[in-house]
Structure formats: C-alpha cells, structure tokens
Design a protein around this ligand. Structure first.
Ligand code: DSN
Length: 415
C-alpha cells in the first residue's frame, strides 16, 4: 500500500497514510468497533464515486448521471436484504449515529420519551446521552444491567417502562458482551405500546452470519454500522418493515443528510457481497471463539470480566478489583506502548469517569480478520496481563512488543 499518487502531490499526507498502514500491520487492533476491511472494499471507497452527487434514491434522483450510482446502491440494498432479511433497507446513513437519528426523526417529536441503556452500562451516545443531540432533544430515561450479573436487567427494564411509558425503547449496545434477548425487549415495548429500535452496530456481522440472534422481524427498526464486525464500507444502515419505509427514507434524506457518500455505499456493496460468502460465517464464528478464549485466559489470570465472560466479539474488563490503582486509561496507554491497541471503557457502577474509566474493552474482529485463532488470543491475554501487572516497566513493554511483532508476522495484514 504505497499511496504513490498521494505522495506525488502531498508527501506529508502520504507519509501519514503509510505510517497508519504500518501501525495497523505491526500492532494488535483490539478496539471492539474496528476491523480491517478487504482491499476490495478499500478500492471501492477510494473510487471516483466520491465525485458523485446522488440526492434521492435509486431511480428517483435529483441529479443526472446517476445510472451507476443507482446500480451500486441497489446492489448494496439487495445484498443487505439477502444478509438480514428485512422488508426495507436504507444504506445511505453516513454512520450508525445518523441511522439512529433517522429512526428518531421518523417517528418522534421533540420531547418524546426514549428508554435506553445507560452509557456506562454499555449503551451508546446516540441512545440518549446528555452530551448528544438525542439527550438534548428528547426526554430520556436509562435502564441498567444487573449489578450482580452484568446482564441486562430485563425485569427492571419492564418495571421502568411501565412507570416511564416511553415512546421508544432502544436495545443493542456498544460495550455489552452478552447475547441480547430481543423478544424480551419487544414484549416490554408491546406492553407499554412503544416502538423498539434495535441498534446492532457492533454485532452486524455476527447477526448477518447467524452467530447472534437477529432482531429483524422482531424490533420495529434495526440500525447498524457497516464497518465493524460486518467489515464492509464505512457508514450506517437502517432496516425496517415496509410500513415505516417512506418515513425512514425521508428522515435520512432530506431529513438528516444531503448527498449520500456513494463511494462508501460502493464499499458497503462490496463488503456485503463478501459477507454473503460461506467463509464469512467461519470468520464470525472464529471472532466469537477468539473473544471467549481471550476472556477465559484473562479471567484465569485474575481479571474480573463484566458478566464473567462473553457471547460475542468483545470482553469488558473491570480493573477495580484486580488492579485498583490502574485506571482503564492507564492500561490503554501502557498497552498501546507495547503494541496492543484497545480502549479504556466505563464499566457498570463506574466510580471514575468517562475520561478516566475503570475498565478496558477488548475486541477480536480485527485480530480474527488477520488470522488469529484461540491459542493466539490466549497468548494475547497473557501479554495484556503482563503489561497491566507492570504498567510502567519498560523492559516488560519491550518484551511484549517483541511477542506482538511475532504474532503480527505470523498473521500478516495487507500484504
Ligand atoms: N465508536 C464506536 C465504539 O467504539 O463503540 C461506537 O460508535
């Protein structure tokens, strides 16, 4: 990946781009929301479609010259339909947050009530955090995970919903390691006559591969990101029943966005095609097997895992018991210096802050893409342990860095 044409014009950016590729190749990318898309997806995203305005939808655009944009967007829609099985798909949201925005905008009025999972319990900013437009525009209450088990407190949610009477309940999370019981949340929504939005941003690939149950056909709206576990072009997606289709399409454009990012939609189409191949199911299964192995080894090494394990692609480690003097931010910094990139994360019952949280979140989508198996992930758990046990020890960092180099050499990326 040489970026020769950028280099001719702009050596500074070319240097940074090459350094970024090197960084991804030579360190372990364990941010649970990240992945390494194929070179085919990169190619599509870097295509001349970045030049094209195509406001509207296939066959109904506000500009001329959209025949190939139409073809590509329709392919993305058809492939998403085959992957997930919804009645209606919109592939234009620029991100998962904008997919959620479209849902709220299509059915809520400012001041309407949203019931969603608290950010520190695994929710997402766009589910109603006060710093986000959702928290400012709507009346938001938040439910929590059970303090003992770390699983969503479904009974508490039902009680809270009966009292709060929300207009919409949001499920689907950003830092939740367990299978989500969509039907139970739908039952609560039915009981209080609320809409149900299932945000599968993190687990889109697992749902597409059948490794996690799908909320499609259960929740009224399903939103997602297209670049996380599904490994397609960067952006968002909304899926819904036909009765909501016009409202969603209008809420995406012109309600919340102008021209769609057609080059990203091309990347979505290509990535969805890859996800329809049988190998993608193996990838999704391996991603979960790797996360389980990572979690089991971390637990064996003395770490405390929220919910004591995982059913999906991530583990959430609460450092307070095992390493009370090391914050998630400290751990993140020490690990990055040793070549392991993940993020400090808030944990249920957080006693620090979002800027200096008490946990770390580690995901396996990127490692699995480059070929890591369970044994590798157990080794990674041991490396994480050595660094967090000795957060300021330069020799340990150096030794771990050498092991990281070995793992990266054995599992090359973008050769
Ligand atoms: N930034 C993503 C994550 O890390 O979960 C969500 O938008």
């Amino acid at each position: 990946m040489e970026h020769d044409q950028v280099r001719e014009v702009d050596p500074d950016v070319a240097d940074a781009l090459e350094n970024e590729v090197d960084r991804q190749r030579s360190s372990l990318q364990m941010i649970a929301s990240e992945n390494h898309v194929s070179e085919a997806v990169l190619d599509a995203q870097g295509s001349a479609l970045t030049n094209k305005y195509a406001e509207g939808y296939p066959g109904e655009r506000y500009y001329g010259g959209c025949e190939f944009a139409d073809e590509i967007e329709q392919l993305a829609i058809d492939r998403a339909t085959e992957l997930f099985g919804p009645e209606h798909v919109n592939v234009q949201p620029h991100s998962g947050t904008q997919a959620n925005q479209a849902v709220y905008f299509s059915i809520l009025e400012p001041g309407d009530k949203i019931l969603s999972l608290d950010l520190t319990h695994g929710g997402h900013l766009s589910h109603g955090h006060p710093a986000n437009f959702v928290g400012q525009l709507y009346d938001v209450e938040q439910y929590e995970v059970d303090a003992e088990t770390g699983y969503v407190d479904y009974d508490g949610l039902a009680e809270q919903a009966a009292e709060f009477e929300p207009d919409i309940i949001v499920s689907g999370y950003s830092a939740y390691p367990r299978e989500i019981e969509w039907e139970r949340i739908q039952d609560v929504a039915d009981d209080v006559d609320a809409y149900h939005l299932a945000d599968i941003a993190h687990i889109t690939g697992l749902v597409a591969a059948g490794v996690h149950d799908s909320p499609v056909g259960i929740a009224d709206f399903v939103t997602g990101s297209t670049h996380k576990t599904i490994r397609a072009g960067r952006g968002g997606i909304v899926m819904c029943d036909e009765e909501y289709a016009d409202g969603i399409d209008s809420a995406v454009f012109p309600g919340g966005q102008g021209g769609p990012l057609m080059h990203n939609i091309a990347g979505k189409a290509v990535g969805f095609k890859e996800a329809l191949e049988p190998e993608f199911e193996d990838y999704a299964e391996q991603t979960v097997a790797n996360a389980k192995a990572l979690g089991e080894q971390l637990a064996e090494n003395g770490f405390s895992l929220v919910s004591e394990g995982t059913d999906n692609h991530l583990v959430l480690v609460d450092l307070r018991e095992s390493h009370p003097d090391t914050s998630g931010g400290d751990a993140e910094d020490a690990l990055e210096a040793a070549g392991i990139v993940l993020n400090g994360n808030t944990v249920p019952g957080e006693t620090r802050s979002a800027f200096n949280p008490s946990g770390i979140r580690a995901g396996t989508p990127g490692l699995t893409t480059r070929g890591f198996d369970e044994d590798d992930c157990r080794t990674v758990a041991d490396l994480i342990t050595r660094v967090i046990d000795n957060p300021t020890d330069e020799d340990v960092r150096e030794e771990v860095r050498e092991e990281v180099d070995r793992l990266c050499d054995e599992n090359p990326l973008y050769e």
